[in-house]
Design a protein around this ligand. Structure first.
Ligand code: SDX
Length: 392
């Protein structure tokens, strides 16, 4: 076996999971959400409309979107006692730790009126998760910097509401540049789903046991946190800061090729894309535009561009088909928006919640879907008899 993870999703075979949500062609660098190219959605849609598309399979008519947005807006508050939950965290707890714990604890608030076999309950859970993720994420950030939490404001659209909860302070009105909300909305679209990646496979496997959606999504959050997966965006910024200046890039590329050096070019390579990650292309162009519109001049962008140029012409990376992935440039934009490094993977989690819950629902709606059961190739001892301790 190629070491790739396949499990019998209950279709009576050990074929890979079947899904109608997202299509990737790794060799051609193609990414479709419900058949729509990511490039078109990035240019013409919004994150909330894409969330509707992932959940329902079709782009919403105006009345359908208005109803969906109204439901989301009226589920953004978290239970007041969940606010107290944060007081128990250590003051410098990582926001991903707080996010995973808080989302798992939503099970305690909604567990008794949730029947995972009831389609209406499943849809309500999707609304609650997409609606509350920004509120919980912003609360984790505010707790980590000792600021009072802010309630969601229903007169704001989804991403602007999140930025207000993140950055608004009682002492002065928040001056939000509309470029920031547009840029973050686009990043959320690009991160919304990606078929059977590690965290989505985790959500599906946990969900296949009948576990409630909040526990399933919390499992996805913890899987995403790893630096080989969603944690890479935070790791890329740390790597760029460690490299420091463009003249140090050649040394970094040499280290990344040295098997005795565990230095990896974070934001490079992908399990599936053996061509440019189409999301990375869009984010790279966005970088220049957003930093220009925000009047931000970040020297790390020069380091990133020099690193990309050096890696793309180095035979080690070329022969291994290692290209920049979605995480390579996103951190530079998050930083320009004032989002701290330790919150980068939280941004990824907010967006991917739409994909995770769409997959969780799809699995429940798949006829014959059974509990996932990863298989293995046994490499242990042959059968043998027990040896008493005094004979070992
Ligand atoms: C995401 O699955 C998804 O869809 C994920 C994601 C999503 O939207 O959900 O796209 C989001 O997780 C993107 C990936 C973010 N991770 C990183 O940027 C971390 C750095 N990348 C590597 O850790 C790695 O590329 C992975 C984890 C992404 C992929 O790991 P693989 O499958 O082991 O990589 P590979 O099989 O393509 O590796 C082939 C070779 C190996 O060397 P050899 O054994 O052939 O000598 O390339 C090497 C690897 O060691 N290699 C790297 C490298 N990535 C792979 N060498 C240096 N730097 C790197 N970044």
């Amino acid at each position: 076996d190629t070491g790739h993870f396949t499990y019998d999703p209950g279709f009576g075979s050990t074929a890979a999971t079947k899904s109608a949500i997202t299509y990737i062609d790794g060799d051609q660098g193609v990414l479709l959400y419900r058949g729509y190219p990511i490039e078109q959605l990035a240019e013409k849609s919004s994150f909330l409309e894409v969330a509707y598309l992932l959940l329902n399979g079709e782009l919403p008519k105006q009345a359908e979107f208005a109803s969906f947005e109204h439901q989301i807006t009226h589920h953004t508050m978290m239970h007041e006692s969940l606010k107290n939950f944060f007081q128990g965290f250590h003051h410098n707890a990582h926001p991903m730790a707080m996010l995973a714990a808080s989302v798992a604890s939503l099970s305690a608030f909604y567990h008794d009126d949730l029947d995972v076999d009831n389609p209406e309950d499943r849809k309500l859970a999707a609304i609650r998760l997409i609606a509350k993720m920004p509120t919980i994420a912003a609360a984790a950030y505010r707790y980590s910097i000792g600021w009072p939490m802010r309630y969601p404001r229903n007169n704001l659209e989804y991403v602007t509401r999140f930025l207000h909860m993140m950055f608004e302070v009682p002492s002065e009105p928040l001056q939000l540049n509309p470029v920031a909300a547009k840029a973050l909305d686009l990043l959320f679209i690009l991160h919304a789903d990606h078929e059977q990646n590690a965290s989505t496979s985790t959500v599906r496997l946990v969900g296949s046991t009948g576990a409630n959606p909040y526990a399933s999504i919390a499992a996805g959050i913890t899987a995403l946190w790893g630096p080989a997966h969603g944690g890479a965006n935070e790791a890329v910024l740390k790597m760029l800061e460690e490299i420091g200046t463009p003249d140090k890039v050649e040394t970094a590329v040499k280290r990344a090729k040295d098997k005795n050096d565990n230095f990896r070019l974070m934001g490079f390579g992908h399990r599936v894309y053996k061509n440019f990650d189409p999301r990375a292309k869009i984010i790279r162009e966005m970088c220049h535009k957003v930093l220009g519109e925000l009047g931000v001049n970040d020297p790390l962008l020069d380091v990133a561009m020099k690193l990309e140029e050096a890696a793309l012409k180095d035979e080690y990376f070329v022969e291994r088909k290692l290209y920049p992935n979605v995480d390579f440039y996103s951190g530079i934009i998050y930083k320009a928006l004032g989002i701290p490094t330790e919150m980068f993977t939280v941004m990824f989690a907010i967006a991917r919640t739409a994909g995770w819950i769409a997959h969780w629902i799809e699995q429940h709606e798949t006829p014959g879907a059974r509990i996932g059961r990863p298989r293995q190739v046994y490499t242990g001892s042959a059968p043998r008899d027990f040896v008493p301790a005094d004979k070992r």
